[in-house]
Design a protein around this ligand. Structure first.
Ligand SMILES: [Zn+2]
Ligand SMILES: [Zn+2]
Length: 100
């Protein structure tokens, strides 16, 4: 997770958010050439909290697959209702509740 720029999150589709680059397939899984997607910080944190790099790389290696995942879809429903300015201050306890 690195690089901060204002932009568009490909997962929750919010704009004006700080985005980070997520490698769709981790390098150790041979994903060097598979590219990256831009995710806002909460989305990025959330997918890594829900799934290991291995699962993300093998099973959730496109934005479409991530969106179709039941647990991620539930999170997306929630995040889209949030005010982007509040997101940054979301406490860990809340995220933990979301992740199960
Ligand atoms: Zn997002
Ligand atoms: Zn990532």
């Amino acid at each position: 997770m690195k690089g901060n720029e204002e932009g568009y999150c490909e997962l929750c589709e919010r704009t004006g958010v700080v985005t980070t680059r997520h490698h769709l397939i981790p390098r150790e899984e041979g994903g060097k050439d598979m590219g990256t997607v831009k995710l806002c910080l909460p989305c990025h944190k959330q997918i890594h909290a829900l799934y290991t790099n291995r699962v993300l790389g093998l099973r959730l290696n496109t934005i479409e697959k991530m969106k179709a995942d039941e647990r991620i879809a539930r999170y997306l429903k929630w995040i889209r209702k949030q005010n982007p300015e509040n997101i940054i201050t979301v406490k860990k306890s809340r995220q933990r509740r979301m992740s199960r």
